[in-house]
Design a protein around this ligand. Structure first.
Ligand SMILES: CCC1=C(C)/C(=C/C2=NC(=C\c3[nH]c(/C=C4\NC(=O)[C@H](C)[C@H]4CC)c(C)c3CCC(=O)O)/C(CCC(=O)O)=C2C)NC1=O
Length: 169
């Protein structure tokens, strides 16, 4: 599991380079955004049950077929599995936000996930929509907390979206 700093060092070490101007710039950006990243993680931590519940409600309002007979989130067991998955995405996104690096997502969340979803018939498009709904909610809360530019929140959610959306094998 890597963070922004260990990823950078790894890249430079591979080619035996000292940390140059570009490295300094990205280190500076990482440290300068640190307070905002921690604030976002704190907001997620304080609101996670609410975020998951509300995002679920919105998702099922937008795509009601999911919870109708024949839908993948139909039955209490599958409904709960869906919200549990949303909770996984949210929790690991908060780790990746603090780390400033998506590596934790690749390692702990995304590995083998598409194959699992495909074999269980869990639809990727609606899952991606659920992830995006949570992202939008968090950006709103982060902005309300006085952070001017919440765009850093996009990274982990968009990373999961991109990786999940890749053409399935
Ligand atoms: C921490 C990393 C991690 C992830 C990400 C994870 C996902 C994950 N979601 C699963 C199932 C599932 N995932 C969903 C999710 C959904 N269905 C929908 O229609 C919606 C679009 C969506 C919610 C947004 C559902 C319904 C199941 C149960 C499918 C079934 O058993 O038929 C399963 C199969 C095993 C199980 O049911 O627990 C896994 C492994 N497990 C992990 O350990």
């Amino acid at each position: 599991m890597r963070d922004a700093v260990t990823s950078l060092i790894k890249n430079y070490d591979v080619t035996g380079r000292y940390l140059d101007r570009n490295a300094m710039d990205s280190l500076k950006a990482y440290y300068e955004s640190g307070t905002a990243r921690i604030a976002a993680a704190a907001i997620i931590n304080a609101n996670s049950p609410d975020i998951v519940r509300k995002a679920g409600i919105q998702l099922f309002e937008e795509i009601p077929e999911l919870i109708r007979p024949g839908g993948n989130a139909y039955t209490t067991r599958r409904y709960s599995a869906c919200l549990r998955d949303m909770d996984y995405y949210l929790r690991y996104a908060s780790y990746a936000l603090v780390a400033g690096d998506p590596d934790v997502l690749d390692e702990r969340v995304l590995q083998g996930l598409r194959e699992t979803y495909n074999s269980l018939g869990v639809p990727i498009g609606p899952t991606v929509r659920g992830i995006q709904i949570m992202k939008e909610m968090i950006k709103e809360m982060v902005t309300e907390a006085g952070i001017n530019d919440p765009s850093f929140v996009d990274e982990p959610f968009d990373h999961m979206t991109r990786e999940l959306s890749e053409i399935s094998v």
